[in-house]
Structure formats: structure tokens, C-alpha cells
Design a binder for this molecule. Sequence first.
Ligand code: BDP
Length: 599
Amino acid sequence: MLYPQQNDTRNLLDLSGIWDFQIDPDEVGESQGWFNGLAAARQMAVPSSWNDIYDDLRDYMGAAWYVTESYAPASWRGQRIVLRIGSATYAANVWVNGAPVGEHEGGHLPFEFDVTRHMRWDAPNVIAIRVENHLQPNRVPAGNAQGGLAMFMRNFPATTYDFFPYCGLHRAVYLYSTPSTYIEDITVSTDIDATTGLVTVDVVASDATNGALHLRNGETQWRGLLQFTNGRAQAQLAVDNARFWSPDDPFLYELSVILGEDDAPQDRYRLDVGIRTVAVAGDKLLLNGRPIFLKGFGKHEDFAVCGRGTFNPLIVKDYALLKWIGANSFRTAHYPYDEEQMRMADREGILIIDEIPNVSLQFAGGDDAVAERLRMCQQQMHELIARDKSHPSVIMWSIANEPMPPDMMKRFAGGEPEPVDPKTTAFFQALYDLCRQEDPTRLVTLVGVMGGPVEWMEAADVVCINRYYGWYAQSGQPDAGQQVLEQELDALYAQLGKPMLITEFGADTIAGSHSHPPEMWSEEYQVDLIRRYLDSAAARPFMAGMHIWNFADFKTAQATMRANGMNYKGVFTRARQPKMAAHFLRERWTQPGSDVPGG
Ligand code: BDP
């Protein structure tokens, strides 16, 4: 799915702003025709989560309506008009001028509808979106689950995951126009042959017969021809002496795809192309054929007042801090992030592990329930690949974070694990397969929980694990935690023989709390634990990266283990001020050689 853009053939209207808003706890809005306008509207920012805006909405997860009005420019008449919603958490129904135009399920991915025939040209268009985020055990991610992890977390709102279940229209809403013969989709993949970069471009376009590609680096240009058969065309460009994209040199070529003739294009779409390869060889993760070590974080989209809503100053600030601290990567824990984040990563040279919201998956509820969860995971993975497949920054798909087998509570308690049900392994195999079929150019992983089944990680290209020795286990004893960690890393590598990442480790830390010798929750303890983990990884050539949990403190549900409803494992505070650990990491990660294994 292409990100909307303004150019000489396409037009874009950003509908972000302040919309009418009304909650619908009794779910009467549709029968009462709220899609025509709201009788008791309050004002609501789009994008934003609704939870931190009004007191009574903090824990409200039910249905709510957003309505706005907008003229479409007269010059768009005769064009194809699309309404595109960046994300709606969790499910949405959409109306234009009173007519239902479509629905979408899944909270973090864009969706769009062709609304051409519903447009008005002599009056403002009424756009209404109903959003709801009922926390349900069969949704991905799940809420209100019974037993297992839910009993353990005892949190409110009752999620099975550790981040606040923010709801609403979290990303920009656009109306855009394309010509009636238009570029529907573009897939860019790149390869390297010695010093030549190979850029393969697949284009899908309705009714098109011919077109062209132009790849540009300043004055130098490579040109390819597109001949369409049944709406599809492919061309490959060979770029000699290519500048390969990497964190050190995130060089982007400018690609224009044109339908029809160059001097009278029917449609045009422009995107940035980074020429790079990603692969695994033995125990190494390779970028452009060279071993790389991932330095970075698990992050969240989270900030005061706007919740999970896109806030561009924060996106730019976070990338500035990633560069400041010497990071080269992050994981979009635990859901797909805004498309502006992916574009920033391309420009700034940050490598991304791109994750779907399949967090803390449980196999409860019987076969039908599990099949329903798989369907939702497949849909979200499919939509994510469709959205992010041409970003050079994206190197790996993550199909799950910390899925839990039925005997997880026993495993947590140190009991002997039960044999893994092959049906659960097949669940993940279906997702590994989907990624490899839809995108053979990237790696696939599953992020494993402490004590979780190794069987589920066997099909991964890179072994990713979250480990909290020295925090949830060996609490207060970082040295004992480090020993257990080292034993486990060596044993897992001996068993799986693949490059490994620790995708989460860390300690809750109250900024300004100090203790010597280090004690839990103090800044000294966080530094001590992080240093030990990094040292253990540096001594192991098969370690391909270390991602600290978390980049910044973030909001979560209220629970006894979460003071102020916050997870304080950030290296930065929620307001993006550094803790001691941030200075420690900057010193370590800005050293030459820190981006290769053992560094
Ligand atoms: C891991 C989860 C992550 C949590 C983290 C923690 O993957 O979402 O926030 O633990 O407890 O289990 O801080």
C-alpha cells in the first residue's frame, strides 16, 4: 500500500485537526444515524489517543464516533478519490456523506477506501469514523483473557501485555486523489553484485500499457521501461559503482515511476530507494555482506497527552536521540509504527525489526479461538509487509513477542516444561511461511520469552530473546543474573547455531534515584545491569545485537508492579531526558567498532 503523496498527478488533503467526537457506550450510534453528525459532540484531536484528553475517557475502551466535514477541491472532480486512515485502534467503520464505505480490524495499520462515488462537489463532505477497542481474548493483542498470564498481571485495564491500551484515530487521515489510470502498488527490492546495485521494481497499475522508471542520484540517471501485462510490469536497473545504504551512509536514490509518456505522465509516484542486502551466514547477521552488530532499543509509540497518537516533533526528537546515543537500530515493539517513522529510519540509517501486535499470545479458548487469532496475525502480517516492503531500513519481520505455551506459569515457577504441542509450533510456522512467501528478501524472527519453548524459534533466521536475569529473576543480584545469562546464551547457541539478539533486557529505574552499592530501581543498578549484559554479549561472537528495554519510560495499565501506571525501564524518561544509563550507552556505542560483533 502506497503512502499518499502530492505531485503533479496526485493531490493530498490532510484531514488531521480537531474533529467532533462522542462516545457511544450503548452502541446506538449507527441506528440513530450518528454518521450524519453528532448531537452531543466534544472536541477531539486527530491524530491522538482519546484516553489522556478527558478525565472520563482514560479507561474507556468502548465505541466512539469521530466526525468532520471537508470540501474537496473542485479541481479533483473526475479523479479517483480515496479516504485513507493511518490507523484506528482497534476496529473501525467508516461513512462518507451517510453511506457506509468500509470497515477495518487491527489497530496499527493503514486502510483506505475508494470513495469517488460518494463525494459531494457542491457542499462539504461529512466523514464519520466509528472506532472501538473492546479488550477481547481473541483479538491481537488480547485483552480480558482468563487465567494464565492474566492472573499473574492483575492489571487494569485488563490487558495481557505491558503497555497502555490506548485507543482512537492514532494517525493522520487523508483524502487523496489519483488519475483514473493510476499506480496501485510498487515493490522495490535490491541486490548487490560486486560494486553494482541491482534495483528491481514491480509495479501494479490499472489499465496501464506502458511506463518508465527513473532512478536518480543528482545529475546521474538510470532509466527502465515498463510494459504492462494484466496490470503488472517489472523492470530492473543496474547502478554501477552504487552507494550502498547503511547506518554509516544512509544514501537514498530517488525513484520516479511514471505511467504513460515521460512528457505527459498519466500518473507518477516517487519514492526513496536504498540499495542494500540483508542476510545471515553462519553465526553472523550481514548487511551488504558484512557482519553488523545491532545497538539499540525496543521502543514504544507513547507520550504524554497524545498517548499513542502521532506527534511529529517526538518522532524527530527520538531519531535525534538515537543518533546521539550511538544506536543503529530498534524494534517496533509491539506493533507497527507510523509510516513517518519508517521514512525517518530510511533517511537516518536506522535498522528496523518490524513487529505485528502478536504480543503475549496464549493458546487458550479452544481450536476455533486459536484459529481466529492466527487469521488476525496473518492479516496484520500481510498488511504490514504490503506497507513496509520497500523500506531499506526494515531488515527483519517479527511474527510474535513472547508467545506463551499453556504451561507458562509452571515454567515461570521453574517447573519441568511439558512437551510442546506441535499445533502451537505449526501456528508460528504459518507466520514464518507467510513472511517468506510475501517477502523473500528479508529475515524473519520470533521474540522468545524467558523459559519459553525453543521449538518455536527453530525456524527463525535470527534467534531473538528477551531476558530479565537480574531483574524479574535473581532480583537485586546482577552478578548471579549475568552468570545464568551466559550459561543460557552458550547453551542456546550450541542448540540452534544461529546469530542471536537479546531484544529486551533492563531494569525499572526512577530517574534521580541513586544508591551505592547499586540497588534495584536506582540509576546505578540500571547501568550495572546493562553493562554486564553488554560485556557478556561482547565476549560472544555469535551475538548479533543488543536491544535495551526500553528507549523511554512509557505508560502501561495500573498494577502492583507498575508504580504510577508506568514502566520505568527507559534509558530516557518519558519526557526524553537522559538517565545515567543513556550517558553510559553513548560512551560505549559511539566507540569505533561498536557496530560489529564483539565490539
Ligand atoms: C517483557 C515484554 C515487554 C514488557 C517487559 C517488562 O515483552 O512488553 O514491557 O517485559 O516487563 O516481558 O518490562
